[in-house]
Design a protein around this ligand. Structure first.
Ligand code: NAD
Ligand code: DAU
Length: 330
């Protein structure tokens, strides 16, 4: 099977490429990645049966022949950080909306199977304290330029399925954690800050809730959807991992053997989503998917170890990332 993975040098895409070549001896993987600040070719270096093409998913002349060679396209490529989208939305419009449109046109031409990776943030947020979770079919109410651009990309995929009959599925996943995540994101930022003797930074009150899932569990769900999902359907991926930012920060401090209250509150994110939570019933009942990483503390401990063992992977970016946050009061 020839698999085209867009954004395969980013966090989730790189983990997906690793799992694919490890578990599918017949798979040949082509990664199309622009290698933005968030892409790192070292994340997939040395893997057999993996070819990296550096290019933009919004460039049709690059995308079209790669889609023509593939049996399946898995579309991870995107600008992915909410804070960056609040500072400069244009790359999000270009990569996430125009990029997905461009890919869809190539998929339409070749009739290639597509799986589109999206986020639970398209549904806006839930209230802290309410029981409700996001369900397929909920209205789209995105809050940030990032989530609005992902919502737009989902709409495009659905329109291309309905109007042009392309063979696509969509998944919307909650917050991922694990190896190879960029250190601008909450868990790796906190871990690498502590390695540098910097106190964790909590936006606002820290009571906001995220529904954490290990990246490898996200990716087994993606393969289940590709293999057994119904064309045109949307599947929500989540592993019942709701925790507040305060709880996660305290756990990380404890894993470092530090006082769990030794953190700082900093400027809040404008428009900060309060709570995400996924109802994964459809994925579990229809496709029989189950998460493997059900103990968050254990997964967190392994993730902290990965950042300790792989300092060379992230060190070069640390100073610049923290300078950007400092300039923002965060
Ligand atoms: P990431 O920022 O770590 O990686 C994104 C990758 O896409 C990078 O390698 C980058 O170079 C590449 N890229 C960006 N623009 C590109 C373009 N125009 N052309 C080609 N490549 C481009 O992101 P991630 O966290 O791995 O997220 C991957 C996907 O999963 C995104 O679509 C994101 O919306 C979605 N998602 C992420 C999470 C999460 O918790 N991280 C949760 C749900 C969904
Ligand atoms: O829900 C899925 C989404 O999860 C994905 O679509 C996004 O691509 C991914 O980045 C993630 O979005 P979040 O905005 O939830 O992730 P982030 O790591 O930026 O922040 C997680 C929470 O932690 C959020 O409430 C903001 C807070 N935070 C973040 C940082 C970097 C802090 O309190 N302190 C920090 O230093």
């Amino acid at each position: 099977m020839k698999v085209l993975v867009t954004g395969g040098a980013g966090f989730i895409g790189a983990n997906f490429v690793h799992t694919t070549v490890q578990t599918m001896p017949d798979a040949e993987v082509t990664v199309l990645d622009k290698l933005t600040y968030a892409g790192n070719k070292n994340s997939i270096a040395g893997l057999e049966r993996v070819k990296l093409v550096q290019g933009d998913v919004a460039d049709y002349d690059t995308v079209e022949p790669l889609v023509g060679e593939a049996d399946v396209v898995v579309h991870f490529a995107a600008e992915s950080h909410n804070d960056n989208s609040l500072k400069g939305p244009w790359p999000f419009i270009k990569s996430n909306i125009v990029g997905t449109f461009t890919l869809l046109e190539a998929v339409r031409k070749h009739g290639t199977r597509l799986h589109h990776i999206s986020t639970d943030e398209v549904y806006g947020d839930l209230k802290i304290g309410e029981k409700r979770k996001f369900k397929p079919g909920d209205p789209y109410i995105p809050s940030s330029p990032y989530s609005a651009s992902k919502a737009s990309s989902d709409h495009l995929v659905r329109a291309w399925v309905r109007s042009f009959g392309i063979a696509a599925t969509i998944s919307n996943c909650s917050n991922n954690y694990g190896p190879y995540q960029h250190i601008e994101k909450f868990i790796p930022r906190t871990v690498t800050n502590l390695m540098d003797g910097i106190r964790p930074r909590i936006y606002g009150t820290g009571e906001q809730i995220r529904d954490w899932i290990h990246v490898l569990d996200h990716n087994t769900a993606v393969w289940d959807i590709i293999n057994r999902g119904r064309i045109g359907e949307t599947y929500l991926i989540g592993a019942n991992g709701e925790l507040s930012n305060l709880q996660v920060t305290k756990m990380i401090l404890e894993e470092f053997g530090l006082d769990p209250n030794d953190f700082e509150h900093v400027n809040d994110r404008p428009g900060h989503d309060q709570r995400y939570a996924i109802d994964n019933t459809k994925l579990v009942e229809e496709l029989g998917w189950h998460p493997h990483y059900t103990d968050f503390r254990d997964g967190l401990r392994q993730t902290i170890k990965w950042y300790r063992d792989n300092e060379a992977w992230w060190r070069a970016q640390k100073e610049e990332v923290e300078a950007r946050y400092r300039a923002n009061g965060q």
